[in-house]
Design a protein around this ligand. Structure first.
Ligand SMILES: [Ca+2]
Ligand SMILES: [Ca+2]
Ligand SMILES: [Ca+2]
Length: 221
């Protein structure tokens, strides 16, 4: 019997760990795809330049939503004179204090994403960019870590998906998800965003660890 248990244990060690898939929360963002037709749920540093739109005229053609009827538009009006680099942000803070024990055990996974579109007109030097950033805040609202895609450019009139994921830093109590548009050509920030996403999940125990625990319990007996 003991031999049989040992053989089972060895087989268990030889089989690669099969992770159970994480039990992801629903999307924690409000108005994630601008479908209220407003910036409800979001904060911007410039509500004149940043708006919810149904379409936007570009040098290369028309921008339409990635899905639904609305998207976030940072070209609602001119941002700065030609030749001057300018950026605007749109962000949303998500309270994750209910996950404190998992977070502080280093066991809270997160994943975030956005579809973005930017313009690079051949008639102007430079290009415009979009960026997704996650700011990890402690219970006092102080930033303790940050993760960003950096400035990203899409082919004209093409939605591309940008994602970020990882394990939440110990001490985190909320995440500020920030969209940034930056212009380097013309007077408009031609950066557009739709279908943002932020989800969390407790890190699942692997079957390998569960199996090892069972073997150790049996050995004790
Ligand atoms: Ca939308
Ligand atoms: Ca250009
Ligand atoms: Ca521009």
């Amino acid at each position: 019997m003991k031999k049989l248990l040992m053989i089972c244990a060895l087989i268990g060690l030889l089989i690669p760990p099969a992770a159970a898939s994480p039990d992801w929360s629903s999307n924690l963002l409000l108005n994630p795809g601008a479908e209220t037709g407003t910036l409800n749920g979001w904060t911007t540093d410039d509500p004149v330049v940043v708006a919810a739109s149904q379409s936007q005229h570009e040098a290369s053609g028309m921008v339409y939503p990635h899905s639904g009827n609305w998207f976030f538009n940072m070209a609602a009006t001119e941002a700065a004179p030609s030749g001057v680099t300018a950026s605007r942000i749109l962000y949303q803070d998500v309270d994750l204090s209910s996950y404190a024990s998992k977070t502080d055990a280093g066991l809270l996974l997160f994943k975030a994403g956005v579809y973005l579109q930017t313009e690079d007109a051949t008639s102007f030097p430079g290009a415009d960019y979009g960026q997704l950033t996650l700011r990890f805040l402690n219970g006092l609202g102080v930033e303790i870590d940050t993760l960003s895609t950096g400035l990203v450019q899409s082919p004209n009139l093409t939605w591309i998906k940008e994602t970020l994921d990882g394990t939440a830093p110990v001490g985190m109590r909320s995440i500020s998800l920030e969209l940034l548009g930056e212009k380097n050509e013309s007077t408009y920030i031609n950066a557009f965003f739709d279908d943002t996403n932020l989800q969390v999940a407790p890190e699942p125990a692997t079957l390998f660890l569960l199996g090892l625990g069972a073997v150790m319990l049996r050995r004790k007996r």
